[in-house]
Write a protein that binds this ligand. Structure first.
Ligand code: 5GP
Length: 361
């Protein structure tokens, strides 16, 4: 496990509000309990519960959003989540979040995202490269103080953002998120994710916004096949997104389509097992896709909600599927090819992996 922890890793499927430390959630719940907004004892066991169905997970997110959706807290959780990923040697993080509007506290989707960017700026435990430009419009290069390759002990993490469209949203709301993503490109927003409860909403509702996003040069990843919905899975694959997440309820025809399209899959082992979308780890489609050399990336999904880390996900894959150090390293390194950031970042990351390869015994 130690070598998996120290190995550089790339995280491409992490939801901000799913990646919060339990201790932070409990602290926030206690505060709201004291204010009489919630009953702490009712909420405590919901936060600490380990096994939840997919349906219960979405109920938990509604609770988490009550605890976190104010500007100060959004800034705090962003900072903590980034520092937590960096602490286990995640060198590149694509963090996704659903911009939220809450008129009662003067929060717009834009001000929510500004609070996220503030959180990136507040990161202090590690060095961070999060955007091609600073808030004042100047290039961000002067922010990068240390480099993981030059022998300094401070860790460095590249962070880029994806804005999520929640499946509860209307076409107009989805379009608003895409427009916001375009406005915020200079702060490291690279693309759009479609997520939220998979039994809610229709593909046709989101398609216009996703098509517009693509036309405008944003990259797209879709939660795909979390429930058996053959028609939607096929529509999503025909759309040819840059990546898909999960890919659990695929049948023969969809596997064929996925493999011939070579769309990289974000694999979230613990999440799939905990939510019972895959009944047992040894029959997880990771094995088949890995054997077929299909592009794959191991991810956490919601490290807080599922009590996992990216190192634990690598450990789970290594121990379940009998993969050794070199194979796991290669798996981590190939993920660089599927990131949404530009070639300059890819080259930097390749440099980091090449250096780490020399230390691999
Ligand atoms: P947020 O976007 O609020 O930062 O992160 C939490 C949100 O991400 C949830 O409300 C949900 O919309 C989405 N999400 C997190 N985990 C999953 C998952 O496993 N499947 C799907 N479809 N959506 C998820």
């Amino acid at each position: 496990m130690e070598w998996l922890l120290s190995m550089p890793k790339v995280e491409l499927h992490a939801h901000l509000n799913g990646s919060i430390r339990d201790s932070t959630l409990l602290e926030l719940a206690r505060l709201l309990g004291e204010k009489g907004v919630i009953v702490f004892s009712d909420v405590e066991h919901v936060i600490m519960k380990n096994d939840r169905s997919l349906h219960e997970v979405f109920k938990l997110f509604d609770l988490i959003h009550i605890l976190t959706t104010d500007h100060k807290t959004v800034t705090r959780i962003t900072k903590e989540v980034v520092e937590d990923f960096a602490s286990e040697n995640v060198v590149y993080l694509e963090l996704r979040t659903t911009p939220k509007r809450n008129d009662s506290i003067g929060m717009s989707k834009r001000s929510y995202m500004e609070a996220v960017v503030e959180g990136l700026r507040a990161v202090s435990a590690v060095d961070i490269d999060f955007a091609p430009h600073n808030m004042d419009g100047n290039p961000v290069n002067d922010m990068i103080t240390d480099d993981i390759c030059n022998g300094t002990t401070r860790k460095k993490i590249y962070v880029r953002l994806l804005l999520s469209i929640d499946r509860r949203e209307t076409t107009e709301a989805a379009m608003e998120t895409v427009k916001l993503a375009l406005e915020m490109r200079e702060f490291g927003v690279l693309g759009i994710d479609l997520s939220g409860n998979p039994i809610v909403g229709e593909w046709s509702t989101f398609l216009p916004a996703l098509e517009f996003a693509r036309e405008q040069g944003l990259q797209i990843t879709l939660h795909c096949g979390e429930v058996p919905n053959k028609k939607e899975i096929n529509s999503m694959l025909d759309f040819l997104p840059q990546r898909v997440g999960h890919a659990c309820f695929f049948q023969e025809e969809e596997w064929k389509k996925l493999k011939s399209s070579k769309i990289p899959v974000e694999i979230c082992l613990t999440s799939n097992i905990r939510t019972d979308t895959i009944s047992s780890i040894d029959i997880h489609h990771f094995a088949n896709l890995y054997a077929a050399k299909h592009p794959l990336v191991l991810c956490t999904d919601d490290s807080g909600v599922f009590s996992t880390t990216l190192s634990k996900e690598y450990h789970l894959a290594a121990s379940t599927f009998g993969l050794g150090k070199w194979e796991m390293f290669q798996l981590a390194k190939t993920a660089v090819g599927f990131i949404f950031a530009d070639d300059g970042v890819k080259q930097d990351l390749e440099g980091i992996f090449n250096l780490a390869a020399k230390k691999l015994d």
